[in-house]
Design a protein around this ligand. Structure first.
Ligand code: FES
Length: 172
């Protein structure tokens, strides 16, 4: 088993929430990807086993959608929309800013600290808030370079281990 107990438990609970078991494949792959960082032949076949579906079908879904990754990706992945509305409002400059700040130049690259990758994606359906993106399962709107820097800083800070206070000594 390559999936954690927690992920297995979450995937097992999915079929009850959908009228068709096949509808549970995408959320199940999402859980597997979140758990392992990316999808592997092993975790895709575990998903198939847990949902009692053909492994070829599960792999077909995973390869069709660009939000599923079969190579290691950054823990935090910027999905920046570069369709018309976002493009007209500076999406390309923002993608360039992310590339430069994180030291990456393609969707397959991961920043040196292993935390980030950047991908330009098709319209995410929030054109009125252009330019926008998805990061960590959340949409972020009306983006600026400053907002991107802040999001990067917050995630880096959350990664740093808390400084432990030295224990007070008991007097003998
Ligand atoms: S064009 Fe970017 S969300 Fe639609």
């Amino acid at each position: 088993m390559s999936l954690s107990e927690h992920a297995v438990h979450e995937i097992r609970a999915l079929p009850a929430r959908f009228p068709e078991i096949r509808s549970a494949v995408m959320p199940a792959l999402d859980i597997a990807q979140e758990d392992a960082g990316h999808l592997t032949p092993d975790n895709m076949s575990e998903v198939a086993g847990l949902l009692k579906l053909d492994p070829g079908y599960v792999e077909g879904v995973a390869t069709f959608y660009s939000l599923f990754h079969r190579q290691p990706v950054g823990k935090h992945r910027f999905y920046v929309c570069d369709n018309l509305s976002c493009m007209l409002r500076g999406a390309q400059d923002l993608i360039g800013h992310l590339h430069q700040t994180l030291g990456v130049s393609s969707p397959d690259e991961v920043s040196r600290d292993g935390l980030f990758s950047v991908e330009a994606v098709e319209c995410l359906g929030a054109c009125e808030y252009a330019p926008m993106m998805r990061l960590d399962h959340q949409y972020h709107y009306d983006l600026t370079a400053e907002k991107l820097d802040q999001l990067i800083d917050e995630r880096r800070a959350a990664q740093e281990p808390a400084v432990k206070k030295p224990r007070a000594r008991k007097n003998a």
